[in-house]
Design a protein around this ligand. Structure first.
Ligand SMILES: *Cc1c(COP(=O)(O)O)cnc(C)c1O
Length: 391
């Protein structure tokens, strides 16, 4: 049986007519730049996320870059980011000649360790970028409290977490000063190419974000600030508008798949239960833990990725490849170990949990259209590996 890591064709086929019509409508209009679908998508995203403003942008990376430009991050400013995330979280800071300051993660949620983050704050610190990794919220109450005390901006990297709710039911990306989302095709709400959106509840920030999306220009050809071309394509907005009403059902299907994994992992004796095992038990699989489950909110986790931990990760990865099961490692090299950040002279000892995560985690297929048979086959294959290769 073949189990790809992600198969977008099933989703497209289920809504093909609607998508094709929307795309054709934009083509017929020839209104490719800032067409009416942009403002409509922004309105619909605001309604969905219960926030005041949203501004469609060219990618999740540009969402983060634009956010940092809007809060006026200057060369030499420090911005605290988790060392364990997709590259963009740190790359955007360095691109503004500011200093990304890396902090370790919590080993259970893979999100920023808030206690360690607080210790990194000094007089040069201007902002914190918590990441809601894999689709689960970071500890926003504590982050906001620390930010307020130290007069810092909080830019949420919610690229993997559109629709994720925090423990009080608020949507991530609407809690900090600016939220950044990605519509990269593999995210829960994926476009047909690159795209993203920024959110805020602050009208001053909204104004800055909006003009800086188009070169800081207002009125036309008069530039108050230096922005860039950070526009979302109308074609992408049209596709995303078709998909948005389905987002919750797709995230629900991912949760169903996560529950099926848990059921089969426990049944096979490979796991005790979600998030309950000791790290590094070599014959066991550690399942991801949804820490805000059972609080009455639907999207306590949206499982953009379903990430397990195992002792012999690389061997298991090879074995699953031989079984035609698609897996991926998010992420094999934390920022403090990246060649491009060698100039920051980070001490590897500061990042124990991120280093372990880089070594022991593996993302299994979790996309909504996955069948129960496929999930069972993945678990059976992992059981086979443990039985023959580890024991
Ligand atoms: C995908 C992602 C981004 C970047 O989004 P793009 O749309 O690919 O530019 C940023 N941060 C995280 C955590 C991501 O997963």
């Amino acid at each position: 049986m073949k189990v790809p890591l992600l198969d977008l064709k099933g989703q497209y086929n289920s809504i093909k007519k609607e998508i094709d019509d929307a795309v054709q409508r934009v083509i017929d209009s020839q209104y490719f730049i800032m067409g009416p679908d942009i403002a409509k998508l922004e309105e619909e995203i605001c309604t969905y996320l219960k926030c005041k403003y949203s501004i469609g942008v060219s990618s999740g990376t540009d969402a983060l870059l634009l956010a940092l430009m809007a809060i006026d991050i200057k060369p030499g400013d420090e911005v605290i980011v988790p060392t364990y995330s997709f590259f963009a979280t740190a790359g955007v800071v360095a691109r503004l000649n500011a200093i990304p300051v890396f902090t370790d993660i919590d080993p259970v949620t893979f999100n920023m360790d808030v206690d360690r983050m607080e210790k990194k704050i000094n007089s040069k610190t201007k902002a914190i970028i918590p990441v809601h990794l894999y689709g689960q919220s970071a500890d926003m109450d504590r982050i906001m409290e620390i930010a307020k005390k130290n007069n810092l901006y909080v830019i949420e990297d919610a690229a993997q977490a559109i629709g994720t709710q925090y423990k009080d039911g608020r949507f991530v990306g609407t809690i900090g000063h600016i939220g950044c989302f990605s519509f990269f095709p593999s995210k829960n709400l994926g476009g047909f190419g690159d795209g993203g959106i920024v959110t805020t509840n602050d009208s001053e920030l909204e104004h800055k974000l909006r003009i800086m999306r188009v070169h800081g220009m207002k009125p036309k050809y008069y530039h108050k600030a230096i922005g860039g071309n950070f526009r979302l394509d109308t074609l992408q907005a049209a596709v995303l508008r078709v998909k948005l009403p389905y987002l919750d059902s797709w995230s629900e299907a991912r949760r169903r798949n996560a529950a099926l994994y848990a059921k089969y992992f426990v049944r096979s004796g490979l796991s005790e239960k979600e998030g309950q095992l000791e790290w590094n038990d070599k014959n066991k699989v550690l399942l991801p833990k949804a820490v805000y489950k059972d609080l009455g909110f639907r999207n306590y986790h949206i499982y953009n990725q379903f990430v397990i931990r195992v002792e012999k990760r690389n061997e298991l990865w090879d074995f699953l490849k031989s079984k035609e099961i698609g897996c991926e490692v998010y992420y094999p090299v934390p920022f403090h170990r990246q060649e491009c950040f060698a100039y920051l002279n980070c001490s590897d000892d500061d990042y124990t949990h991120s280093n372990k995560a880089a070594e022991h985690t593996l993302a299994l297929p979790i996309y909504p259209e996955l069948s129960e048979e496929q999930i069972k086959y993945v678990v059976d294959s992992i059981a086979e590996f443990v039985m023959y290769k580890v024991a």
